[in-house]
Design a protein around this ligand. Structure first.
Ligand code: ATR
Length: 264
């Protein structure tokens, strides 16, 4: 039986095992996908298990997506630019790191049918997932990306790899077509972004990377204003879809049943 794993800290809320095991069953694959909470000094051990074929593939989640990089033999271009790896696999005896969050974000937008060409995107946050979102948005041909982060220096640091982005102070609200919450604000029930979004017109799009809870205060505001909204569930599903394709050479089905199953 093949073995797969997601590592992170914390990890108990990860839905990756549920999703991959569902697809194993649907595709008659003899495999198991588990989760493991680790500390940074245990990355090496997990890497050894892949090399020894005890593990056939690993997903990495917060906060280790860049910490794993020094242990790998090769990085995809996407992982190099974003300095982020969420999927590891073996190819020709080499350990390869790839970033499927980028494609996951892109496919989620395709499903929502929001055309980003020449749009202005306002991103809140500068944490782990933001380089992947920026990479994706640039590929999709947006006209401008504006980033705002409480710790401004972290937003400024993004400019090293993405020189065309603009930065505004935390609390400022520039003109935009789409606003993306990529902060962790919203994971707890009472969390508020602290921006006055009440004068936003209804043709704007609100996207929250958070998918649990399903509806953050941020998305609730968007909805109340009559804007189109989306949480991060499809991004989560499609990053897993891309990892599954890499590992098994199969495109797993993304169905309504699957979406409901993940909510249970
Ligand atoms: P990391 O920053 O370690 O990569 P993350 O979960 O990927 O962690 O990112 C958390 C994001 O939420 C960051 O952009 C963080 O802002 P800071 O860089 O200033 O820490 C943002 N964030 C978390 N709590 C916040 C709060 N109370 N107000 C504003 N932004 C917050």
């Amino acid at each position: 039986m093949k073995k797969y794993l997601v590592i992170g800290n914390p990890i108990k809320h990860s839905l990756s095992p549920k999703l991959h095991n569902y697809w194993f069953e649907k595709n008659n694959i003899d495999a198991n996908y588990d989760r493991r909470q680790i500390n940074k000094n245990e990355i090496q051990e997990v890497i050894s298990e892949i090399k020894e074929n005890k593990l056939n593939g690993v997903n990495i989640t917060v906060p280790f997506k860049s910490d794993v990089i020094p242990f790998l033999d090769k990085l995809s271009e996407e992982s190099q630019v974003t300095k982020s790896v969420n999927t590891i696999y073996m190819r020709n005896k080499k350990l390869v790191g790839h970033n499927t969050d980028i494609k996951g974000f892109e496919l989620s937008l395709k499903e929502i049918q929001f055309n980003l060409k020449n749009k202005v995107i306002f991103i809140l946050g500068a944490g782990g997932v933001v380089p992947s979102i920026i990479y994706s948005l640039q590929k999709l041909g947006v006209s401008k990306i504006i980033v705002s982060n409480r710790t401004k220096q972290k937003a400024e640091n993004l400019k090293k790899n993405f020189s065309k982005i603009s930065i505004v102070d935390w609390g400022e609200l520039p003109e935009f077509d789409m606003i993306i919450n990529a902060t962790s604000l919203g994971l707890s029930k009472g969390d508020k972004i602290g921006l006055d979004l009440n004068n936003i017109s209804k043709e704007k799009f609100f996207y929250d990377v958070i998918y649990n809870p399903k509806e953050t205060n941020f998305l609730r505001t968007g909805k109340r204003l009559g804007c189109q909204v989306s949480n991060g569930k499809m991004m989560f599903i499609y990053q897993a879809f891309e990892a599954f394709k890499l590992w098994h050479n199969i495109k797993p089905a993304v169905t309504e049943d699957l979406k409901k199953f993940l909510d249970k």
